[in-house]
Design a protein around this ligand. Structure first.
Ligand SMILES: CC(=O)N[C@@H]([C@@H](O)[C@H](O)[C@H](O)CO)[C@@H](O)CC(=O)C(=O)O
Length: 305
């Protein structure tokens, strides 16, 4: 890991939703329009096929289609990190090789899920992905969904490899986030995962963030990051409070992703419904989401003026 890589990758990444047509089929044109929407928002890049991107609910072929559409639209404009986590190592390696072939900037993965795996097995799973391409690799630690929490020692061991450039820390402990930075050293990137505590993560050593709710308020997270970088901590805290009021509302719907997708649809960026078992919003939620969209827009205008 070099300082060059840090400056190449540090920053704000939208954990991008996938876009489907009315029948729930991946719609490459809609994916492109969504990627284009973010290209002018000030973010550093996109995290494709992660939790928000529903990669785990798609076939390998669909995941490849989404990545290809994103890269056809914003390759060279935005850094594109693709999540390649799958149950089998073989499928993840196939997705890694595809990512390299089509020009992704980095790959990232959760541990294999379903089987209760030892740390050795998870390490081996990730190592096969790391060895399968020349791409930088970003560990994805999200213990609340995978049941596996990255240890300091495993983080340190993996970070010794040139290709392992960082960790996306979606666990809620900012102490552990700080420890991953400690394990990897200054040139090892740590991305904050929980959007609700972006500022706390940054203060504890994160080099940026990857988040799903950034997708409906990318400008506000870019501004929050700018306040942090400029040492304007009181303003940063006020803005974090503002975005948290929005996030709290978003989390009150049948699914967070359904609510965010509905808001994008209100802006003319159609992404379809989340894929089952993730629930869509219901007609009775539409009115309050229209209001929430307006409130987010008003806050964005206020902060950007
Ligand atoms: C479980 C989950 O989706 N966590 C999100 C957060 O951005 C989350 O949506 C946000 O903090 C609201 O709770 C990210 O940490 C992970 C993520 O967005 C992704 O992989 O797509």
């Amino acid at each position: 890991m070099t300082a060059d890589n840090v400056s190449k990758f540090a920053g704000i990444y939208v954990a991008m939703y996938s876009a489907y047509d009315a029948k729930g089929i991946v719609d490459k044109e809609r994916v492109k329009r969504l990627a284009r929407y973010y290209a002018s928002s000030g973010v550093k890049g996109l995290y494709v096929g992660g939790s928000s991107g529903e990669g785990m609910l798609q076939s390998a072929e669909e995941r490849k289609q989404v990545l290809e559409a994103v890269l056809e639209e914003v390759r060279g404009e935005l850094a594109v990190i693709v999540h390649v986590g799958a149950s089998s190592t073989r499928e993840s390696m196939d997705l890694c090789i595809h990512a390299q072939q089509v020009g992704a900037d980095a790959v990232s993965s959760v541990p294999s899920v379903y089987y209760r795996l030892s740390e050795k097995a998870v390490e081996n799973h990730w190592q096969h992905m790391i060895d399968s391409t020349n791409l930088p690799f970003i560990i994805y630690n999200i213990p609340q969904t995978t049941g596996f929490n990255l240890s300091f020692d495993l983080c340190k061991r993996l970070a010794q490899q040139e290709k392992v450039i960082g960790v996306k820390m979606s666990g809620e402990s900012t102490f552990e986030l700080e420890q991953f930075k400690e394990a990897g050293g200054d040139d090892f990137l740590v991305f904050n995962g929980p959007d609700e505590q972006f500022l706390a993560g940054r203060i504890m050593g994160a080099d940026g963030g990857i988040g799903g709710t950034y997708g409906v308020m990318p400008e506000l997270f870019c501004k929050l990051d700018a306040y942090f970088r400029e040492g304007r901590f009181e303003e940063a805290l006020q803005l974090q409070h503002t975005v948290n009021r929005f996030i709290k509302k978003l989390l009150g719907y049948p699914s967070l992703y359904g609510a965010c997708k509905y808001i994008l649809n209100l802006r003319g960026i159609e992404t379809g419904e989340p894929r089952l078992p993730l629930l869509p919003v219901l007609p009775e939620h539409h009115e309050s989401l229209v209001q929430l969209n307006e409130d987010i827009r008003a806050a964005s205008l206020n902060y950007l003026s």
